[in-house]
Design a protein around this ligand. Structure first.
Ligand SMILES: NC(=O)c1ccc[n+]([C@@H]2O[C@H](COP(=O)([O-])OP(=O)(O)OC[C@H]3O[C@@H](n4cnc5c(N)ncnc54)[C@H](O)[C@@H]3O)[C@@H](O)[C@H]2O)c1
Length: 251
């Protein structure tokens, strides 16, 4: 299955990692549907990718809402064709002392970060089963491997994404569908820049670069390159894997 002409959905693709993944897929001729909540940002980036020659369409969708996802996936099917690549990337962070996390905060993080991938995957699965081919890439977090203070809800949700990936890989492997997860570590995106600006981490980005074996912070393209590897036809023997892209920190 070549990238060219295949249809992909990238969630949370209006900025950051999702945008880099959408751009990398579109650059290879994949028809890309970008799901995001932020319509203004989505419209601007979709227009930019189209100017570059990409076949890219934006859909304003909350990935935690079954009705919205179902309606959007149906539109993607009729506008771009059956969905054979899904990148579950949309996510939100939540910082704060464990004792102060509210039920609402906990539920919101779980709804977007864990129920979102569950819903999106269920909704596109019939297309992959029909084609007997599919690629699912879930974006988790290196914090699920090493833990992160004052991020209990977020880390729990991302640990769930790793478990979700492994369970699904076993179930879908016989159907020609691979399921893998990339847990990024310290990649410069609006999410990370905001967290650093708010003083959420004890160290600066420069410090993190110094303690990272490759001596730099991650770039969105680093994650996109790994996602492309996992989505290519030639990666059919790679499934259920946690592919760390973290410069060697927290492997
Ligand atoms: N940047 C990092 O260093 C890093 C590290 C580990 C994990 N991650 C994970 O990578 C993913 C992307 O992170 P990022 O840094 O690009 O974040 P970001 O905040 O820059 O971008 C996330 C995008 O997701 C969208 N989004 C949020 N909630 C949504 C919802 N309910 N439905 C649809 N779209 C929604 C946002 O509007 C935004 O465009 C997230 O899952 C994040 O947890 C990032």
């Amino acid at each position: 299955m070549p990238f060219e002409g295949t249809t992909a959905i990238v969630t949370g693709g209006a900025q950051g990692l999702g945008l880099a993944i959408a751009e990398a897929l579109a650059g290879r001729g994949t028809k890309v549907a970008v799901f995001d909540l932020d319509t203004a940002q989505l419209d601007a980036e979709v227009a930019r990718l189209r100017e570059q020659g990409g076949t890219v369409t934006g859909y304003t969708v909350d990935v935690s809402d079954r009705g919205q996802v179902r309606a959007a996936v149906e539109r993607v099917r009729s506008e771009l064709g059956p969905v054979l690549i899904l990148v579950n990337n949309a996510g939100v962070e939540q910082f704060g002392k464990f004792a102060e996390i509210t039920d609402e905060q906990w539920d919101r993080v779980m709804a977007i970060n864990l129920r979102g991938p569950f819903i999106c995957t269920q909704e596109v699965l019939p297309d992959m089963l029909e084609a007997a081919w599919g690629r699912i890439v879930n974006i988790s977090s290196s914090s699920a491997q090493g833990g992160q203070s004052q991020m209990a809800a977020y880390v729990s949700s991302k640990s769930g994404v790793i478990g979700f990936t492994k369970a699904l890989a076993l179930e879908l492997g016989p159907k020609g569908i691979t399921v893998n997860t990339i847990p990024p570590g310290m990649v410069v995106t609006p999410m990370l820049e905001k967290a650093i600006a708010e003083g959420r981490f004890t160290a600066s980005l420069e410090h993190f670069a110094k303690i990272t074996p490759v001596r730099r912070a991650g770039r969105p393209e680093d994650i996109a390159n790994a996602a492309i590897f996992l989505c290519q036809d030639e990666s059919s023997y790679v499934t259920g894997q946690v592919i760390g892209v973290n410069g060697g920190r927290r492997t």
